[in-house]
Design a protein around this ligand. Structure first.
Ligand code: AHM
Ligand code: MG
Length: 337
């Protein structure tokens, strides 16, 4: 048994806080609200096949995709609980076109929360792992009200980021810039317990994860890269392909086993010239986790966390995972300019 195996996520947060001299406890209280939200979402996800919560609502989200009831539920739980934390000044959610302002009667705080309430939700009916992704930033502007610039900060400004994956068990993986820790929810006691201290992504892997169905719509750089991964060569493995279609789950496997997850730009949908995944809700938070675990995340041309966001729902191409495979993608991009 790991020496720290009985540690709950809140104990872990408090010890981190003491180590780094955070005096007010605001950040811990904020993260604790998020953890409670995730426990509630996890409970509902587990019940998904039992109650009449599955199926489409008939509405479309801001990206024109069909929204399922559990997405709305997850979004509402997080909005409600985080507003109560009194440490948030504004939020942004993949399920809302606009910034989410705090109600007038609620005290505003110093933090900005960006989140994807239920990523991979098209997999719900098939009982496949889905997740909640979060990114926490400090408010930059002065005064009580927020400015758009508080939401549109590059990823390197994140103070914490991570995700909850609702899978065979529910896990939380997060970083505050001092490595990556993973916790597994023990449903019998309702606590996240430290199960994966100091996660390190293998420097190289043997698995790639991308939607091969879009092959014909990829650029020569991406095609050459994937062909290279598939090619027999005595100096490298022939990579296996694993693709769930749920970014949190695909990323979580990549974090633990190594390799690369990618969603590049493609020409399939002219509305989405930069791929599908959102910089603020999906790419930045997972990039922070990947880098803190010793890995990397790139658009192919530049480090994800250095992209200056220009809109809340901006999409970017992404290659994320082991350093070796991400740098290889950048090499293929540079060679195919
Ligand atoms: P969602 O946030 O609407 O669920 O969409 C994002 C998901 C990711 O989890 C996943 O990586 C990607 O969509 C899969 O897309 P595709 O089916 O085009 O491969
Ligand atoms: Mg998503």
């Amino acid at each position: 048994m790991a020496p720290e195996s009985g540690i709950t996520v809140v104990q872990h947060l408090l010890s981190q806080q003491l180590k780094h001299g955070e005096a007010t406890g605001a950040f811990t209280r904020l993260l604790n609200e998020l953890i409670i939200s995730a426990k509630i979402i996890s409970r509902e996800v587990t019940k998904a096949g039992l109650v009449d919560i599955l199926g489409f609502t008939g509405e479309r989200n801001v990206q024109g995709e069909q929204v399922r009831k559990l997405d709305e539920f997850a979004h509402d739980v997080i909005c409600h609980r985080m507003a109560q934390s009194r440490h948030i000044c504004v939020m942004g959610s993949e399920e809302d076109a606009d910034p989410i302002e705090m109600p007038d009667n609620v005290e505003k705080g110093e933090y900005v929360l960006l989140f994807d309430p239920l990523d991979g939700s098209s997999n719900i009916d098939a009982n496949v792992s889905i997740g909640t992704i979060f990114s926490i930033l400090r408010k930059q502007s002065t005064g009580v009200d927020y400015k758009m610039g508080d939401l549109l900060q590059p990823g390197y400004k994140q103070v914490a980021a991570g995700y909850f994956v609702y899978g065979a068990s529910t896990m939380m993986v997060y970083t505050t810039g001092n490595g990556v820790s993973g916790f597994t929810l023990d449903p019998s006691v309702g606590e996240f317990l430290l199960s994966h201290p100091n996660i390190q992504i293998p420097p190289k892997g043997k698995i790639f994860s991308g939607n091969m169905g879009y092959w014909r719509y990829w650029s020569p750089a991406v095609k050459n890269y994937v062909e290279y991964l598939q090619k027999p060569d005595e100096n490298k493995p022939v990579y296996s392909c694993r693709y769930i279609g749920s970014m949190v789950a695909d990323f979580h496997r990549t974090l633990l086993y190594g390799g690369v997850f990618f969603y590049p730009a493609d020409t399939k949908d002219p509305q989405k010239p930069h791929g599908k995944l959102r910089l603020l809700y999906e790419c930045n938070p997972l990039a922070y986790v990947a880098e803190q675990a010793g890995g990397a995340a790139s658009t192919g041309d530049m480090r994800i966390m250095e992209v200056q966001p220009d809109s809340l729902h901006q999409r970017v191409p992404i290659f994320i995972g082991s350093r070796h495979e991400v740098e290889l993608a950048e090499k293929f991009y540079a060679e195919n300019k």
